[in-house]
Design a protein around this ligand. Sequence first.
Ligand SMILES: C[S@@+](CC[C@H](N)C(=O)[O-])C[C@H]1O[C@@H](n2cnc3c(N)ncnc32)[C@H](O)[C@@H]1O
Length: 365
Amino acid sequence: MGGTSQTVNRLLAKLHQARFYRDDASARRTYTPKLTLYISNRCNLKCVHCYASGGEPLPSELTTEELLDLIDQYSYIAKAGEVTISGGEPTLHQDLDRILRAVIERGHRSVLFTNGTTNGGGMGWISLGRIVNVVQLSIDAFDQPTNDQIRGRGTFMKILKTYETLYQTPTQIRLSVCAMPQNIDSLRTGLLPFLNQYDPQKKIGLILSPTVVAGRNDAGIYAFDYPELQKAIGDSLDEIWQSGWRFPNTFQRNDHQPRCGIGSSILIMPDGGYRACTFAPISGNVRKQSLADWYSATQKQLELFNVDNIEMCKDCDLRHVCLGGCVVKMGHRVRCTSSGPCTPANRSFYYEKLVRESMVLFREN
Ligand SMILES: C[S@@+](CC[C@H](N)C(=O)[O-])C[C@H]1O[C@@H](n2cnc3c(N)ncnc32)[C@H](O)[C@@H]1O
């Protein structure tokens, strides 16, 4: 009994700490937008699930000068922002060092997405690890056969080597793992042993995402529904927390965003197309519209999706947990949405998620 009331007390404390009640001004806070530059579509891998269909460069990719100009334009609307360099495989770009240095000189946090299977380009992994704040390294399983089936033959060993090199540098390593039915067993059984073996300092980050239906995964062969994912791997994540890793949970947290992630980043495709999130349609081009103009027009449109404005959501106590679902309504990511009915099953999924995460957060070590 004592245990139960303690748990309830902690849950209430967590709800209070998260300011989970209606009149919360943080829901109206303004957020500094982040910038993601897909600097080329060129990639040395053909990952089976790649939403970007990385491979060949696009016909009219942005030049280095255009990319540098975009970093300048971004710096007018964001002081001390965050710039992610992605692709394709960005370490294949001949001017990666110039682009990264421009980001750093303008005072932004730098994030590099990479498959970790190259030699780190002109700079090499050690120099990258010294200057980039976060290196997000993709790995899609914790055993060689499963990873290599998804990311390509020989990739597991190369990723591991890059990981070990970067681990010696000051950068924050963040592993990016796409969960799908094909790798769930490997994640369930392999993630904790991997961390025990390769992260003795308990310092890396982890992003575990449901694999989205787009690009080379357009037929949805590698897709996993979010509740299914929670069910399949939730216990392993709890175990990881109990073992002392404290990377922010891979599932969304109640951080009082006004809507799903759409609009929190400005994404620029290799040929200059603007997107409001990875999966939103292209809605302009940098060669026709300045970054500031596109951003302010897009923010106005997205107000429609603010959970405090949506009729169906505005009185719901779960709105800042579920965030109204995916605005783009891409494949399996659709849950409670602004256009569809919000089902009791959806609500209980989010209540359970909140309780589960609170329990994990407040568990005594
Ligand atoms: C498109 S890649 C580009 C950067 C780099 N080549 C790499 O492999 O990390 C960026 C991230 O998107 C992830 N990704 C690719 N396809 C995805 C999908 N269908 N759903 C979710 N994430 C995906 C990758 O695993 C990777 O972590």
